[in-house]
Design a protein around this ligand. Structure first.
Ligand SMILES: NC(=O)c1ccc[n+]([C@@H]2O[C@H](COP(=O)([O-])OP(=O)(O)OC[C@H]3O[C@@H](n4cnc5c(N)ncnc54)[C@H](OP(=O)(O)O)[C@@H]3O)[C@@H](O)[C@H]2O)c1
Length: 278
């Protein structure tokens, strides 16, 4: 488990659910994930699956004798919610709790730091955190300047940052800022959806061969050893078995370095497209 600055604990890996809206698929992969100890789930209003996740989690609790506290559920506040409420998002949090069939969230993230309502939204986040409705709060898709701004303007530092990070975009500046400010860093798109040049990379394949692991396992291991919590996604149960095998080997320093050297500052999720005024 990974410790947060407020003493809370987060699983070392989290399963994302981006736009998986099919009940059967979510049920299949969440149950498989739970069996392999992956009890962290990441969703957002925009993923259109909060209610399904709420049902699947309730079924897991019933069928596997689990408690709500065995799960780690992350939700996000989207740009349109920030706009519609001018940052006063407490009703959106209530709605998320209703849909997810829970009385608290483990983590709530600002999905994008929309400049217009960034500070107001963060002030509302601090309120719902202080009310105990969310156990930790954070921001996604940030640069260092956003973190500095929020800390200076509100005096309340995020517990968590969730950014795109993989060997083609190592996001070193934000990662290092998080480490020196006691902020847990989550890496979304941790294997960059395995686009080329990753699967064909000689460096990665040589390391994978050495440890008898897949390239995906090596990249996830690199994430963990460099201090990130990977937020991965899959619709295949065999991928969950694959990722369960990332805890029994350790990369050497020079291997970590060679994976980090693949960085070409390539991003799949572009702020200029998604977040007006970013
Ligand atoms: N905060 C944000 O703005 C934001 C943005 C994007 C994503 N996210 C979160 O991060 C989660 C993960 O994002 P992601 O889907 O981009 O992550 P990813 O884990 O890097 O990519 C997963 C995708 O790659 C595919 N894939 C193909 N070959 C693979 C291989 N050999 N090994 C592993 N995966 C392979 C997977 O398909 P299979 O079904 O074959 O495994 C899956 O569709 C999302 O679900 C969401 O929760 C957050």
């Amino acid at each position: 488990m990974v410790e947060l600055s407020n003493g809370g604990m987060m699983p070392p890996m989290i399963m994302g659910t981006y736009k998986i809206t099919d009940y059967k698929t979510l049920k299949k992969i969440i149950r498989k994930a739970v069996k392999h100890g992956f009890t962290g789930l990441d969703t957002a209003y925009a993923y259109e699956n909060e209610a399904i996740i709420g049902n699947v989690v309730a079924e897991c609790m019933r069928d596997f004798s689990m408690q709500r506290s065995d799960f780690y559920i992350t939700d996000k506040i989207d740009i349109w919610q920030m706009q519609e409420t001018q940052g006063k998002i407490s009703e959106n949090v209530e709605e998320a709790l209703r849909k997810l069939n829970t009385d608290y969230l483990d983590l709530l993230l600002i999905h994008w730091p929309l400049p217009e309502y960034f500070v107001q939204t963060w002030e509302s986040f601090v309120k719902v955190f202080e009310q105990g409705k969310v156990k930790a709060i954070g921001i996604s898709n940030v640069k260092k300047r956003h973190l500095k701004q929020i800390i200076t303007d509100t005096g309340f530092s995020p517990h968590v940052v969730q950014n795109e990070r993989h060997p083609l975009h190592t996001d070193t500046k934000v990662l290092e800022f998080c480490k020196s400010n006691d902020i847990v860093y989550q890496a979304y798109s941790p294997v960059a959806r395995m686009i080329e040049p990753l699967p064909g990379s000689m460096e990665l394949n040589t390391i994978a061969e050495k440890y008898n692991k897949t390239v995906g396992q090596v990249i996830i291991r690199w994430q963990i050893q460099t201090g990130a919590v990977p937020v991965f996604m899959t619709q295949k149960t065999k991928r969950i078995e694959e990722y369960a095998g990332v805890f029994d080997f350790k990369l050497e320093e020079h291997e970590i370095h060679s994976i980090s050297s693949l960085d070409i500052n390539y991003k799949m999720t572009l702020e200029s497209v998604i977040c007006p005024g970013f």
